[in-house]
Design a protein around this ligand. Structure first.
Ligand SMILES: Cc1cc2nc3c(=O)[nH]c(=O)nc-3n(C[C@H](O)[C@H](O)[C@H](O)COP(=O)(O)OP(=O)(O)OC[C@H]3O[C@@H](n4cnc5c(N)ncnc54)[C@H](O)[C@@H]3O)c2cc1C
Length: 560
């Protein structure tokens, strides 16, 4: 097969806040330093800017003010400034307002934004600098200069192969087949987001998680609603703890009033819950049925739905950030502050720092790990460490229950993390850093009943309807992009875990159906997939691998 090969100086995989900030910073440094311009390319699996971007989102503008000081005159869509913060503890029927708002929940100075719109704007700034962003081009595999042999002689990363187009279900070329291209780069910056599948290849091939604590994740399920104007003052921020989550589930909700009656509402649940039949999507429906929340949404209309994982493990879970020929930034490097549920400004900052190191290395003619290591030094002396290090164990502490977690978080906050020991990973996590079961000891015979919620299609919706509101589209005649070893599903998973994929997937991708022979078989509705990555994280046997589908396909998160 003839593959096109392209040569660039710097290749950036992923046009989210991290990747676009890296691109913009490269352009800025280039302008400031002059000399021969570097060739820079960005590849992104979404068909256009912002389409695969889902977040809360409260933007801490601290990094933006450094990256684009004149952002206001350049029309940055900063939405609505936060006007008031509220935090409640919910029981099934009631709510209690916390008398003080803990520092991580104080949001004055932050803005309620649509990350999708913000990313669109950031992309326009990058393109205005003459940098090519290739929309609808997923990176499919990492390219090495020789087969990976991490122990003897680690290979150099020389770029990325993009996905083929025009293959049918069986993987055979259809009429308009186009093989993916090999993009060779002196430095590849992996900005492929939470559980990025190329970064996952680096974990597998180069053991970049060795020495770090196991990654930890949450799933965030989000809806946009239009409610009668005046129901919530624009700029109102509400966070809740407690119901519908139980003591053993860590998480909470948000409601952000964006203006014009538009509300961003969502629930985040730590993915180390022990009950394999717990269903985060159902928990979100219960949450909306709470009298307090129902009162806010009543008479309103759902506009969009989506879900995405969040890397919540914090500072100690960052993988090796620099390699021969590569750097890792943003969510792919687990740079999220889970106590504040904020990662956009950290992703942007890590992108900027990676750009500075990549630029120096390319100009200096040496892009080996020993030179690119300067990125790690930059991170360690930056606001990323100042913010993440003191909170480094907070998510892990919540793995020991709400009370233990709250106490730990409180002490961490007041002592700036100094008095607390490192906790290590959650006891349920296995040794392999990326392929691990989160179900601890739970087996089917000790499960609590499923948390299914009533669906009325006004306030609560089933997963298929949710997938419809996510705007997801995938051509059905293409290779399934969820690589599943189904023999496990058809043999032991039912008796051991009760098929948790049916529960944890927020878009009904996994269904157990009649096999016509008196048994049940797994049906994969890949076209519903909202690219949240939860299945890749939560399958207890490590037999589900998410890879990018054909370029341009997936959810359509306009306004999210
Ligand atoms: C529910 C939820 C609520 C959140 N709330 C907030 C909040 O209120 N405030 C806040 O600051 N942060 C919040 N965050 C976190 C924040 O959204 C992330 O930290 C931030 O978006 C990370 O940016 P990124 O560029 O690293 O990754 P992403 O934003 O995930 O961008 C990665 C990009 O890479 C693309 N990509 C992935 N794989 C490939 C591939 N193989 N080839 C090409 N392209 C690829 C993706 O399509 C995507 O566009 C929230 C996250 C979630 C999920």
């Amino acid at each position: 097969m003839n593959r096109e090969t392209l040569e660039v100086d710097v290749l950036i995989v992923g046009a989210g806040p991290a990747g676009l900030s890296a691109a913009l910073r490269l352009a800025q440094i280039q302008k400031a330093k002059g000399g021969d311009p570097l060739s820079i390319a960005v590849i992104e699996k979404a068909p256009e800017a912002g389409r695969h971007q889902l977040s809360g989102a409260l933007l801490d503008p601290s990094t933006l003010t450094e990256l684009v000081p004149d952002y206001a005159s350049k029309g940055a869509p900063l939405g609505t400034p936060v006007d008031n913060d509220n935090i409640y503890f919910l029981t099934q029927e009631s709510k209690f307002r916390l008398p003080i708002t803990p520092p991580p929940f104080q949001n004055h100075g932050n803005h309620i934004i649509s990350l999708s719109q913000f990313t669109k704007w950031l992309a326009s700034q990058v393109e205005a600098e003459g940098i090519d962003v290739f929309w609808g081009f997923p990176g499919q595999h990492v390219l090495y200069d020789r087969p990976p042999d991490v122990y003897e002689n680690p290979p150099r990363i020389i770029g990325v192969r993009t996905g083929d187009r025009g293959l049918n279900k069986e993987g055979k070329p259809k009429g308009a087949f186009e093989p993916g291209a090999d993009i060779h780069a002196k430095v590849t910056i992996f900005a492929d987001g939470v559980r990025g599948h190329l970064t996952k290849e680096l974990y597998r091939d180069l053991q970049i998680g060795l020495g770090a604590e196991p990654a930890q994740y949450a799933i965030g399920i989000k809806e946009l609603w239009d409610v009668p104007k005046g129901r919530l003052k624009p700029g109102t921020v509400i966070h809740t703890l407690g119901y519908p989550l139980r003591e053993e589930e860590f998480g909470g909700s948000w409601l952000y009033a964006m203006g014009d009656g538009r509300i961003s509402i969502g629930l985040v649940v730590g993915l180390e819950y022990h009950d394999p039949l717990f269903d985060p999507h159902a928990a979100f429906q219960h949450f909306k049925r709470h009298p307090f929340i129902r009162g806010i949404l009543d008479g309103g209309q759902i506009v969009r739905y989506g879900a995405k994982a969040v890397p919540e493990g914090g500072w100690n879970t960052q993988p090796q950030l620099f390699l021969d020929g590569a750097l890792i930034v943003g969510d792919a490097a687990n740079f999220v502050n889970s106590t504040r549920l904020k990662g956009i400004h950290l992703a942007m900052r890590s992108g900027m720092l990676a750009a500075e190191s990549a630029f120096d290395a390319v100009r200096g003619g040496d892009t080996s790990a020993s030179v690119l290591k300067s990125y790690k030094t930059r991170v360690d002396t930056s606001a990323i460490k100042t913010e993440l290090y003191p909170m480094r164990n907070v998510h892990q502490a919540f793995g020991h229950g709400l009370i233990a977690g709250s106490a730990y978080a409180g002490i961490a906050m007041f002592t700036n993390g100094r008095l607390l020991p490192d906790l290590g990973g959650h006891p349920g996590h296995r040794e392999m850093r990326m392929i691990e079961s989160y179900y601890g000891l739970a087996k089917r015979d000790i499960l609590v009943p499923s948390n299914a919620a009533p669906i009325d299609r006004k306030l609560t919706f089933d997963k298929v309807t949710g997938a419809h509101y996510s705007g997801t589209h995938h051509d059905e005649d293409q290779p399934v992009h969820l690589l599943v070893h189904t023999e496990v599903c058809h043999t032991i998973c039912g008796s051991e875990y009760g098929h948790p994929c049916v529960k944890f997937c927020p878009a009904n991708v996994y269904e157990m159906v009649d096999d016509g022979m008196g048994g049940r078989r797994l049906q994969i509705n890949a076209s519903n997939c909202v690219h949240c990555k939860t299945c890749d994280i939560m399958d207890p046997y490590g037999v589900i691998t998410w890879v990018a589908p054909e370029g341009g396909e997936g959810p359509s998160y306009d306004g999210m």
